[in-house]
Design a protein. Structure first.
Length: 69
């Protein structure tokens, strides 16, 4: 999925959905790190991608909360 499309999707979601997606992304990052530590991870660039997605989600959550105030 392209970055711009992903960001548009995030902006359309509610804060609750964003928080759930953030939890899921953090779980995925944990699992990827665990696989990397045990040498089971083939695509190591996925870690970087998930970290950036977490940052994007947090940015959208912050923007929504600042607009609500």
């Amino acid at each position: 999925m392209k970055t711009n499309e992903y960001i548009k999707e995030l902006r359309e979601k509610s804060t609750e959905e964003l928080n759930q997606e953030l939890v899921n992304a953090k779980k995925e990052l944990f699992n990827l790190r665990f696989q990397n530590a045990t040498n089971q991870l083939e695509n190591t660039s996925r870690i970087k991608e998930v970290r950036k997605n977490i940052a994007r989600i947090q940015t959208v959550i912050t923007a929504k909360s600042s607009v609500a105030e």
